[in-house]
Ligand binder design. Structure first.
Ligand SMILES: [Zn+2]
Length: 118
């Protein structure tokens, strides 16, 4: 019996099944050129102009931003409305690529435990 029992059940699979699964994960992933990291956030904002309605609490927007971690900071990048769908797809593609990488890495780790990697 195997001494490691992963929650993902990979230890139950044969080497051939692991390789098939790895190949499917790699094929399923969107192209790397399509991704953007971060998440979309809608925010209302204050413009800072004196006497503007936003100073009384009627904020501008909502505007769409791409929120991403840069080191310890969170960076907000404005997303024009006409790019919202495209950026949304790029964010989703990034999640899919990250999920595929995590799965492939877990499979490779399992293969490594069995003394194989390729
Ligand atoms: Zn304002």
């Amino acid at each position: 019996m195997s001494t490691h029992k992963a929650a993902d059940g990979l230890s139950e699979l044969s080497v051939r099944q692991l390789r098939d699964r790895r190949r499917r994960a790699a094929r399923r992933a969107p192209g790397l050129e399509t991704v953007v990291a971060g998440s979309l956030q809608s925010q209302r904002r204050r413009c800072g102009k004196e006497g503007c309605r936003c100073a009384r609490g009627e904020l501008h927007g909502p505007y769409l931003y791409l929120s991403l971690r840069v080191g310890r900071r969170t960076q907000m990048v404005y997303v024009p409305a006409e790019l919202a769908d495209e950026v949304g797809q790029a964010v989703a593609a990034n999640s899919e690529v990250q999920a595929a990488l995590a799965e492939i890495s877990a499979i490779n780790l399992e293969l490594l435990r069995r003394g194989k990697l390729g």
